[in-house]
Design a binder for this molecule. Structure first.
Ligand code: ADP
Ligand code: MG
Length: 238
């Protein structure tokens, strides 16, 4: 069974068709990357999986269940954004625990999950701090921690590293790959950065103007780009 299945997803904003019939199947435990130029519809597509955007037509299946009409909280997904959106007045612990309190989980279960996420992300010593006392990389780890504690079936990342400097970006890429292995989770990751896509993905979805140009492993796309756009974007010699 596939982790996520998108069938003929269409979305229009104010008369402009932003997603033009997108079909994608994401395998269980896959690290799938959506890549494409700015404005091509990557974030919108990710948000339709999260349920933050309703589709005009088409369907979204998660773990074999049709979730097209379900609210974000009912979909078993957790999203990490580019802007970390941490609460400045709360400690790291409270930031990570916040979503679980909303779900009314018992206190000791919340604590267990927060400590485990903090261990995985190596931020256990930062739990009492406020976000303003953290570096950019540490903030991003907190944002990822908020997703981990929800124990989602599918993680959704929207350009999570684009606010970090180049060296940290490279380091966090490696950490996210490690996290993917460790959690054995399905991850869908949006970026406009070809290098990021080529180094992180099991498979890449190349999007352009709201359509899928090609789906394949980094090597497949590099060796056999379907057209000039993919070749140019992936940087292969065609
Ligand atoms: P990407 O993430 O690939 O840069 P987006 O999915 O954010 O692209 O946007 C795709 C297109 O849809 C853009 O032209 C953008 O301006 C438009 N768009 C996205 N969200 C909205 C919205 N809420 N209202 C109107 N237009 C939007
Ligand atoms: Mg975007």
């Amino acid at each position: 069974m596939s982790a996520v299945q998108l069938q003929q997803i269409r979305k229009t904003f104010g008369g402009m068709e932003v997603l033009k019939g997108v079909d994608i199947e994401v395998a269980d435990h896959e690290f799938l990357v959506f890549v494409g130029p700015s404005g091509c519809g990557k974030s919108t597509l990710l948000r339709t999986i999260a349920g933050l955007e309703r589709v005009d037509s088409g369907s979204v299946m998660i773990g074999g269940e049709d979730v097209t009409e379900l609210e974000p909280s009912q979909r078993g997904v957790a999203m990490v954004f580019q802007s970390y959106a941490l609460y400045p007045h709360m400690s790291v612990y409270e930031n990570i625990a916040f979503g679980l309190r909303m779900l009314k989980l018992p206190r000791d279960e919340i604590e267990r999950r927060v400590r485990r996420a903090a261990d995985i992300l190596q931020i256990g010593q930062l739990l009492e701090r406020r976000p303003r006392a953290l570096s950019g990389g540490q903030r991003q780890r907190v944002a990822i921690g908020r997703a981990i504690v929800r124990e989602p079936k599918v993680f959704l990342f929207d350009e999570p590293l684009s606010n970090l400097d180049a060296a940290l970006r490279v380091q966090m890429r490696l950490e996210l790959i490690k996290l993917h292995k460790q959690l054995n989770a399905t991850m869908i990751y949006v970026t406009h950065d070809q290098t990021e896509a080529m180094t992180m993905a099991d498979r890449i979805v190349v999007l352009n103007h709201g359509k899928v140009e090609q789906i394949g492993s980094p090597l497949e796309l590099y060796r056999n780009p379907r057209n000039r756009f993919v070749a140019g974007f992936i940087g292969s010699p065609k």
